[in-house]
Design a protein around this ligand. Structure first.
Ligand SMILES: *Cc1c(COP(=O)(O)O)cnc(C)c1O
Length: 388
């Protein structure tokens, strides 16, 4: 049986997949089982932050595999300590909880917010405001948090205690921030929602209103974090430091990992027995994460990300099909004049380029390490498709 038939016979059909079997990769290029090469402007949805099989990253991961692949959280490991230390130093957070995905990082953030409020104010202050068009994950709690009706189907009942407010609507936010609210959760740039950057005035007002009432701000930086926008955290573009920030996707360069970062105010909320994860802080993931931070934690690397982003934006803006370009850094949304984003993605794939879509936009999340040669190759294909 060929791979696709074999796969579909045994793996649940929860994804719409392209008929393409990926085999290997190097840099920003991956190859399918037939040896066809693709420039990857999606990097596994922002996960392969250092591209495919970065040498230092692969060495670090392999060395860890051969030393200690796992030790339960009953014990300490040096690699988790070093990774946590570096992550806190780079982000300015006090402490971190490690888990295995973006949804889990957000689950942790939700639990911290509710327990912080419970410890200080008692019951009845557990609501969390999220924004319309947001995306926070696929677990029951994070689906409930997600502000898109299409996700609120089939799996009833959803969790109580999430209130949606339109992004950018300061008066609606003000009205929603009642006495039952413990936190507001935002993406500075809505990724799945269509690469929409929040207004600076809205973010300013949000932080101010929350501070007045000791309401926590949770920044879901699962997609925007770890250098994606040319700053280590997207909050830096807004001059903001949330009480809690969640990371995942690119954090360990392709090894499953999520992180929930807590500022001093909330870093002692989780006490022994209140939260946990068997795999959380796994040594292999931490080794991969350290290799990512070695690169993405430096100012020069992040400046380079911003330069590449400007290069892409200048090119993409000149296409006839381009109405507008949104996003910050290497998180880019292209609004099209007449073509459908899904059709562009399919045509690009045909021509050897992988792109993503987000709502009606073509979305680009190339590896942060992509070379200008690889960029040119991909942009030339995109130009062929979008010039008219
Ligand atoms: C991808 C994503 C998630 C979910 O991450 P998983 O690792 O799939 O659980 C949550 N929030 C945002 C902003 C995301 O982009």
């Amino acid at each position: 049986m060929d791979t696709i038939n074999n796969f579909n016979s045994h793996v649940m059909g929860s994804y719409g997949r392209y008929p393409l079997v990926m085999e290997k990769g190097s840099g920003a290029v991956c190859c399918d089982e037939n040896g066809k090469r693709y420039i990857d402007f999606g990097s596994g949805i922002g996960v392969n932050s250092l591209g495919y099989c970065d040498e230092k990253w692969a060495d670090a991961v392999c060395a860890q595999v051969r030393t200690l692949q796992h030790s339960s959280n009953y014990y300490y490991t040096g690699v988790q300590a070093r990774f946590a230390e570096k992550l806190c130093a780079i982000t300015g957070y006090d402490k971190v909880f490690f888990c295995n995905s973006g949804a889990e990082a957000n689950e942790c953030a939700i639990k911290i917010a509710r327990k912080y409020s419970f410890d200080k104010y008692g019951k009845g202050r557990s609501d969390i405001i999220t924004l319309e068009n947001s995306f926070h994950g696929r677990t029951m709690a994070t689906l409930s948090a997600t502000g898109q009706e299409v996700f609120h189907n089939y799996f009833f009942p959803f969790l109580e205690g999430f209130i949606n407010v339109p992004a950018g609507d300061i008066s609606a936010l003000k009205a929603a921030l009642g006495d039952s609210v413990c936190a507001v959760m935002i993406e500075y740039i809505q990724g799945e929602g269509g690469v929409n950057v929040l207004d600076k005035e809205f973010v300013d007002a949000l932080y101010e209103l929350c501070a007045e009432k000791d309401i926590l701000v949770i920044a879901d930086e699962v997609q925007t974090g770890v250098g994606r926008t040319g700053k280590f955290l997207a909050g830096e573009h807004f001059g903001k430091h949330a009480d809690i920030t969640t990371l995942a996707k690119g954090i360990a360069g392709g090894i499953p990992m999520g992180a929930c970062l807590a500022g001093e105010k909330v870093s002692a909320v989780l006490t022994p027995g209140t939260h946990g994860s068997t795999f959380g802080g796994n040594p292999i993931a931490c080794a991969g994460g350290l290799a990512v931070l070695e690169k993405a934690g430096s100012r020069e690397f992040l400046d380079e990300v911003s330069k590449k982003a400007e290069y892409i934006k200048a090119s993409v803006s000149s296409f006839e099909e381009t109405v507008s370009v949104s996003g910050i850094g290497l998180m880019i949304g292209i609004m099209l004049r007449s073509k459908k984003a899904a059709d562009v993605a399919a045509e690009a794939q045909e021509k050897g380029l992988l792109v993503l879509t987000a709502k009606e936009k073509v979305r680009l999340l190339p590896p942060l390490t992509i070379s200008y040669e690889e960029l040119d190759e991909g942009l030339n294909i995109l130009k062929e498709i979008l010039k008219k």
